[in-house]
Write a protein that binds this ligand. Sequence first.
Ligand SMILES: *[C@@H]1O[C@H](CO)[C@@H](O)[C@H](O)[C@H]1NC(C)=O
Ligand SMILES: *[C@@H]1O[C@H](CO)[C@@H](O)[C@H](O)[C@H]1NC(C)=O
Ligand SMILES: *[C@@H]1O[C@H](CO)[C@@H](O)[C@H](O)[C@H]1NC(C)=O
Length: 368
Amino acid sequence: MSNFKFYLFICCVILNFYYNEASRSGRRQTMADSEQQSKGGQEASKQSYKVLVTHPEVPKEALDLLSQVTEVIVCQSLPPNRSEILEKAKGVHALLWGSHEPLNDKVLEAAGPQLKAITTMSAGIDYIDVELLKKHKIPLGHTPVVLNAAVADLGMALMLAAARRLQEGRRKIETSTWENYHINWMWGQDIRNATVGFYGFGNIGQTVAKRLQGFDIAGILYTTRHPIAEDKEKQFNAKKVPFTELIEKSDIIFIAAPLTPETQGAFNATAFQKMKTTAVLVNIARGPIVNQKDLYVALKNNEIFAAGIDVVDQEPLPADDPLLGLPNIIITPHIGSATKRTRTDMAIVAADNILRGLAGEPMFSPAY
Ligand SMILES: *[C@@H]1O[C@H](CO)[C@@H](O)[C@H](O)[C@H]1NC(C)=O
Ligand SMILES: *[C@@H]1O[C@H](CO)[C@@H](O)[C@H](O)[C@H]1NC(C)=O
Ligand SMILES: *[C@@H]1O[C@H](CO)[C@@H](O)[C@H](O)[C@H]1NC(C)=O
């Protein structure tokens, strides 16, 4: 089948999907024609393309979308088993890469030269050999944007929990050391009038900034590769500064940058020494942007006030990791996008990426 015809089918399928959503939520049924058309096209195109979904728990909404026009193969192992993925990848035309397994030359070799499209089900693409995909001209999709709100919400939770010592407070109760006869007991950091720094100020950073607007902060400093639009700077009272200025002047720092060779280890001992002793560090991006040993030392020696992190270097974090023994850190197990709605939206965007990729169209969320 020609790419163009396949693309037409996909348009129908996507329309059909939204039509189904609309009728489920009780709206009027106005796209009956497109539904009919897509049903007519299913059989022929199903034979054309095979899609491997590498994780058994990818939400059904995505599988439904894909299976209307492609043959969908779903890996069954949990946790994902690399040999199963490599075995089932043979001969497929697209990969919905549902876990954070490395996607490298081994995978491309296992699949074969007919591979036409790949998508992650994440915003970050640090576990993908992007250069290799570029070399083979295989389009790569990812799923940013739909997770902005959920990740930003968790960032707010970590900021407040770290600044106001929630984890430590809980321990005080558990150990019968609730000593509220002290006036200066369990003092935390104010959010009001704080200068908030963003290391990376893209989609997620700006969604956090939007949430901060109710907290009467003093202003925002940020470092990014490219300055953001002037009207956004105005809206958020944000100023682009060099890294050293960011860490020296910020009361609260959000790490919201992708993991790249440039960002890896940027928050090391040298950086912590330059930060305020009252500073609160929040990491909602990737663990290795922070040198974890240096973070331990900085928190232990009170070089910074506290940290709230959703990501660590080496996930899962072992239960005996020394960070867990510190009172001034709150750690969550990489749950930034973990809500039903967000993960479902991510899966739908991933499926959409695949369908457009197979049709030779630009993906909904291209990663390069
Ligand atoms: C992974 O899958 C392969 C092949 O599908 C199987 O032989 C192997 O036992 C599995 N390994 C684990 C740890 O489940
Ligand atoms: C707000 O913070 C600035 C420093 O960032 C300080 O100079 C100023 O006094 C603070 N204002 C209030 C009302 O606390
Ligand atoms: C921290 O990173 C900076 C920038 O890469 C580097 O110049 C500095 O030497 C590093 N400090 C330590 C203690 O590794």
